[in-house]
Ligand binder design. Structure first.
Ligand SMILES: Cc1cc2nc3c(=O)[nH]c(=O)nc-3n(C[C@H](O)[C@H](O)[C@H](O)COP(=O)(O)OP(=O)(O)OC[C@H]3O[C@@H](n4cnc5c(N)ncnc54)[C@H](O)[C@@H]3O)c2cc1C
Length: 523
């Protein structure tokens, strides 16, 4: 019987679902799957994006772990595609590859002052508080007044973690360095800005409601934002999600405030104009233009310019994919150009045989974890049907891969290694009654996984050097364990997908080479 040797690059939900779906599918050939992951632990943004105080969503890891624990998928962690293994290697050893490399970095926001000291990307901050190994260990939490730009769920995650008292995160899996950092934060006011009105936000009712439950945090909303136009009134009356959001906000309008030591302000109809700096190049204010409904569901500027004094600003305007070595990349939308998951060559849109994509790198960074399942089904069905155009590998043997990685000095981790790390993290949490405490340093993760005791590097201990404006994991991921510096993604400019990223409700847009992802979390 023919055998499909399949490589999947990226062990987030998209990659794991693709493997699972393929193994369970009806087909006329055997399958053997190797999953390559640049981090020593699997699960992508479920481990390194979903907020630590959302244990129910983090629990999806249990379902993903069940798939891996079945034992019919091999996982090679701590293996960076592009440096540790290349497309030529895969062609030599596999019949096809699916890329499921997701999106880890912030989309750009093109306003003056966005690169000032004290201006950060939400993705970087999320990576920090979720214990990603490739971001600095400390985060500069020195501001009393902070702005968060964006009206999607990531903006709310960032605002919540900034406003929450560190002790209230102690039941979660946050690493010790994150707790220590948050504990010292002098923050008193977090201001969230959205370009449109309360009836057009992209966050979900559950995430919004949660803000109102934070201990010792007042929710501040402003009466001027609730003078709804006809389009907003219709949205509130006809869309259940908008109706609930409106109800939550209206309740906050009536709430008594003034007792709490921290405040979370929601400002609507605020179009970002500029991050204003002081003479030392540090953030000192956020300047915006007041907008108003344009009568067609959008907004227009009023010409009224306002300024809020702040000392730090976070842009939560969406995530953006990174290019993969040797694979076409759509710079504008941050995705691998594809038709239903079949990768297209950059120049002439011809099919690149044997190369597929799924998840956020296929359709852009929008949608829930569950959406990556339907994505994977579409991609996998093409892999199955394309048998005639699979690659013909020179050496499809399973032994060749660990041998190749070992020969290259890659300290790869495997499923047993993940079990070791998993148990170790749970044991760290046990004395404090916590489910787990995450290990952050890459070298330590690898040591625990492999049962080794290699000395930790400087970067393990301190993390990579901080970069104030764009220290994304992709950019700041010197992987020192095998002595090879990964090739980093070139910084992107231009549009990014909205951080409507994980909104509930409707199926996300499916961009293909000719259909761009929808924009903007500023709305
Ligand atoms: C802050 C945040 C919070 C979220 N919260 C929720 C939520 O509460 N509920 C919900 O349903 N969804 C949520 N989501 C959305 C959810 O995380 C995504 O839908 C999902 O993770 C996308 O899956 P993916 O596998 O495509 O990408 P990812 O999860 O990003 O996985 C990609 C994997 O590929 C790996 N990789 C990348 N490049 C390489 C390389 N060169 N070599 C090897 N490996 C590589 C990465 O390390 C990563 O592990 C959230 C997203 C964010 C950003």
């Amino acid at each position: 019987m023919t055998k499909l040797r399949l490589a999947i690059v990226g062990a987030g939900p998209a990659g794991i679902y693709a493997a699972d779906i393929l193994l369970k599918s009806e087909r006329k050939f055997d399958v053997s799957i190797d999953l390559f992951e640049q981090l020593p632990a699997p699960y992508g943004l479920v481990r390194y994006g979903v907020a630590p105080d959302h244990p129910r969503i983090k629990g999806i890891i249990t379902a993903l772990r069940d798939v891996l624990d079945r034992g019919d998928i091999r996982i090679f962690g701590n293996v960076h595609f592009g440096t540790d293994i290349t497309l030529d290697d895969l062609k030599k050893h596999y019949n096809a590859v699916i890329f499921s490399t997701g999106a880890v970095r912030d989309a750009d926001l093109d306003i003056p002052g966005i690169d000032l000291d004290g201006s950060y990307g939400a993705a970087d901050f999320v990576s920090w508080f979720d214990g990603h190994p490739d971001v600095p260990r400390t985060w500069p939490l020195e501001a009393e007044s902070v702005a968060v730009i964006g009206n999607g769920n990531v903006a709310l995650d960032v605002s919540r973690i900034l406003a929450k008292h560190a002790e209230d995160l102690l039941t979660t899996e946050i690493p010790a360095n994150v707790y220590e950092g948050l504990k010292k934060s002098p923050v008193t006011d977090v201001h969230v800005f959205g370009r449109r009105g309360p009836a057009q936000v992209k966050f979900t009712p559950l995430e919004l409601r949660e803000l109102g439950e934070l201990r010792d945090v007042d929710m501040i909303v402003y009466d001027e934002d609730f003078d709804y136009d006809e389009a907003s009134k219709t949205a509130v009356a006809s869309n259940k999600q908008v109706m609930v959001i409106d109800r939550v906000l209206q309740k906050w309008r009536e709430r008594e405030t003034g007792q709490a030591s921290r405040r979370l302000h929601l400002h609507f109809f605020a179009k970002p104009l500029e991050v204003v700096g002081d003479e030392n190049g540090r953030v000192q204010a956020f300047r915006y233009e007041r907008t108003r409904p344009d009568g067609q569901g959008g907004v227009e500027g009023t010409g009224e310019i306002r300024e809020v004094p702040i000392q730090a600003i976070y842009r939560a305007v969406g995530y953006f994919g990174s290019p993969i070595d040797g694979v076409p990349f759509d710079d504008k939308h941050g995705v691998i150009p594809n038709h239903e998951g079949k990768v297209l060559s950059g120049d002439d849109n011809d099919l690149l045989h044997g190369v597929y994509a799924t998840g956020w790198i296929k359709r852009g960074p929008v949608g829930l974890i569950g959406h990556t399942k339907s994505d994977a089904m579409e991609t996998v069905s093409h892999v199955i049907n394309d048998q005639a155009s699979w690659w013909s590998p020179e050496d499809p043997s399973e032994e060749s891969i660990p041998a190749l990685l070992t020969e290259r000095g890659v300290r790869f981790t495997d499923l047993d290694g993940w079990h070791n790390l998993d148990q170790h993290e749970m044991a760290l949490g046990e004395p404090e009654g916590r489910v787990r405490v995450k290990v952050v340093a890459r070298g330590e993760m690898v040591n625990v996984s492999r049962g080794e005791d290699e000395p930790l590097t400087d970067s393990d201990i301190n993390g990579p050097a901080p970069k104030h404006a764009s220290a994304t994991p992709a950019d700041a991921s010197p992987k020192s364990d095998n002595g090879q510096a990964p090739r980093h993604a070139a910084p992107q400019t231009g549009a990014g997908a909205g951080d409507s990223a994980f909104e509930g409700g409707s199926e996300p847009a499916k961009p293909t080479a000719s259909q761009p992802v929808s924009l903007s979390d500023l709305d």
